[in-house]
Structures are given as structure tokens and as C-alpha cells.
Design a protein around this ligand. Structure first.
Ligand SMILES: [Zn+2]
Length: 364
């Protein structure tokens, strides 16, 4: 299998279009066409992880955090990142990252955290806005069913827990084929009337190009009439963080003790307990302090995240407990997201988890 064939599996789940503007997710080192013998999964790519890949015969590393964030002007091995890049190229190891795109998709980083905690009725904490478009296409009746299914299979028509959602209106299309055309139906230079169906579906922007190219392939007309409208609706199926209910209320201290074990955290920094049972829990893998207000708004009793600064803790304002479990600790489940995705599609392929603990933070 090639690097590209494997990374397509990840991108089917977490399209690169979902990454934040500052991010650098995707293939970072290596050729998309090189053949992969084994895959090593990790949160961060370090020299130690690279050595682990070499020792275990893996030549594709898939990480949550991108090895390179900003432009590199020279490659002299002056720092650990440059040394890692040089060594990876020398040994033919490709490096790929799924970062903020993995944070934002349904069943991404925060949703996996929510599942580990045992939350139910899980929703996105901060749904993406400016993410959805309405696509309307006009198709002859006999071709409507196939075109609709093809668009669904490409990811169109998902609303909440429902898929294959569309609206269909019967109508009559008119057109007159010009001199240099090759009309599917009707004659040149004569106006033609055709019974058509207008199919309307919702599409997330990051997969719009895929849905439109599917549509163009499935449509019989030489010139396809379709409209794309931006929507003001938020996308409840994509965004940062997650929030859900515990099946049974838990005492604050007992709950945090359980979180410590679940995420293998040596230490949890938190605001004062409010003396009420924990029932509704918000989470955000990685640096989630910007979502404190969203967590309060959704009436969560506690917000579990990482990288919370001193002043952020004041934002709890006796309305919520803020708990910082550590960046690495909160994002370690990303390895399992990759693992489950890849082993399901490639049951006989060598998919390995790194043995290297890349968390740079130690606790005394
Ligand atoms: Zn992170």
C-alpha cells in the first residue's frame, strides 16, 4: 500500500479541510507514492519515536501533532525538529499528522474522551459556524436516484444523527443546445423541455469539492446546473469539545480521582469544588481554555481540558469546576482513534503504537 492510500483512510474520517488556518496537518515528510511496510502511531514525533519506527520496521509515522508548524528556511540539524526531518528522509520514513482536523470532526479527540468517561447523549461543545452550504442540483428524473445516492455516499445530506437527508422537487427544465455542444437529450438549436428533479442537500464545506466532483461524474448533462448557497446554520456534527451526561451523578472528588485513572494523569489542577454532584461534563482535548464560556453556557458541572493558565481559572466564577488534566494526557486517545480506523480497514497490516512516552512534562 502507498502512503497516499493509507492517509486517505484517515482523511475520509478527518478531512484536511477541517484544520484550523494556523495548522499544518497532512503529509509533512515523504512521498505520497512510497510503499508502506508498517505504520507507527504517536501523539508527537520525536527522535526517539523515529528510532522506535526504525527498530520496528515501520516507515510511516502517523502523529496527532504536526512535526513542522511554520516555514523552515534551512535544514542543518540545528534543533531536534530539523534532526528528526533529516533522519526521517535519510531512512525513507514518511511523517503524517492529523491535528485540528481530528479535533473538529464527529467522533474526534474530545468525543473519544467523552466516551472514555462514559458520557451519554454527547454533543459538540462548540459547533462550527460558516461550515455548511446548501447544494441544489437539477437532474433528469431517471437519473435522480443514482445521483442522490452518489452524493450521500460522498458525505452530503447529514443532519444530526440522520443521514441521506434531501429535499426533492419536480419541475421542468428548459435549454437550447448551441452549435458546438453534444446534448444528452434534445436537438441542437431547438429549445428542449425536460422533466427534472431539483435535489437539495446540506454539505460541509471541507468536503464540498468531493461532493461536487461526484455530482459532475454522476450527472448525464454536458453542462450541469447546480447552485451552492452559504448557510448561517452551525454544524452540530463538527466543532471543538464535547459535552454529555453521566449515567449516574458522582461526587466531585471521586469523579476527578476516576478521571486521573482514566487518562493516566499524575496530577490534576482544578478550581475549587462547588459542593454539588457532577452530572453534566464538558471536555476538550488539548488547549481548551477558550471554551470555558461554552462549557458554562451548556450548564456543565465540570470542564475537563488542558493548558489552562492561572487567569483562565478565575473564569470558573463558582459556576463550574475547571480541571486541567494535562495536554498529552488528554490527547493520548488520538493514538486509539488512528489504530481503530486503520486496523478496521487494514486488518492484516502492521499498525503499531509507539512505546515512547513523548510527554515533555514531568511531575515531582
Ligand atoms: Zn495537542
Amino acid at each position: 500500500m502507498t502512503v497516499n492510500e493509507i492517509t486517505c483512510i484517515i482523511e475520509e474520517f478527518a478531512p484536511l479541510g477541517y484544520q484550523e488556518s494556523y495548522d499544518n496537518a497532512g503529509l509533512i515528510v515523504g512521498s505520497p507514492n512510497s510503499i508502506v511496510n508498517g505504520i507507527l502511531l504517536c501523539v508527537d514525533v520525536t527522535l526517539e519515536v523515529l528510532d522506535d519506527a526504525l527498530a520496528r520496521g515501520a516507515n510511516l509515522i502517523i502523529a496527532h501533532h504536526p512535526l513542522i508548524f511554520t516555514g523552515i528556511k534551512r535544514l542543518t540539524g540545528a534543533n531536534a525538529t530539523e534532526q528528526t526531518i533529516i533522519k526521517a528522509i535519510k531512512h525513507g520514513i514518511a511523517i503524517y499528522s492529523a491535528h485540528t482536523n481530528l479535533d473538529s470532526v464527529w467522533n474526534g479527540v474530545s468525543m473519544i474522551m467523552a466516551k472514555r468517561i462514559g458520557l451519554e447523549q454527547v454533543q459538540i461543545l462548540s459547533p462550527l459556524t460558516d461550515n455548511l452550504v446548501k447544494l441544489a442540483v437539477f437532474v433528469p428524473k431517471g437519473h435522480a436516484e443514482k445521483l442522490r445516492m452518489d452524493m450521500f455516499n460522498a458525505g452530503a445530506g447529514k443532519i444530526g444523527g440522520y443521514d441521506q437527508c434531501s429535499y426533492n422537487t419536480n419541475g421542468t427544465g428548459t435549454f437550447r443546445a448551441g452549435e458546438n455542444t453534444n446534448p444528452f437529450v434534445g436537438n441542437k438549436a431547438e429549445m428542449h423541455l425536460e422533466e427534472e428533479i431539483k435535489i437539495e442537500v446540506i454539505v460541509p464545506k471541507p468536503i464540498l469539492h468531493k461532493v461536487v466532483s461526484t455530482l459532475l461524474k454522476a450527472h448525464p448533462y454536458e453542462e450541469v446546473a447546480y447552485d451552492i448557497f452559504p448557510l448561517l446554520n452551525a454544524n452540530p456534527r463538527a466543532g471543538l469539545g464535547a459535552v454529555g451526561q453521566l449515567p449516574k451523578t458522582e461526587n466531585e472528588a471521586d469523579f476527578l480521582e476516576r478521571i486521573k485513572v482514566t487518562f493516566n494523569a499524575s496530577c490534576i489542577r482544578h478550581t475549587k469544588f462547588l459542593g454539588k454532584p457532577i452530572e453534566r461534563v464538558a471536555v476538550c482535548g488539548g488547549s481548551g481554555a477558550t471554551l470555558i464560556k461554552d462549557a458554562i453556557k451548556t450548564k456543565a458541572d465540570i470542564f475537563i481540558t488542558a493548558d489552562v493558565k492561572y487567569h483562565n481559572f478565575f473564569d470558573a466564577e463558582n459556576k463550574i469546576v475547571i480541571a486541567d488534566i494535562g495536554h498529552f494526557e488528554s490527547e493520548q486517545p488520538t493514538i486509539d482513534i488512528f489504530y481503530d480506523l486503520l486496523t478496521k480497514k487494514l486488518p492484516n497490516f502492521a499498525v503499531l503504537k509507539t512505546n515512547v512516552k513523548t510527554n515533555p512534562i514531568n511531575y515531582l
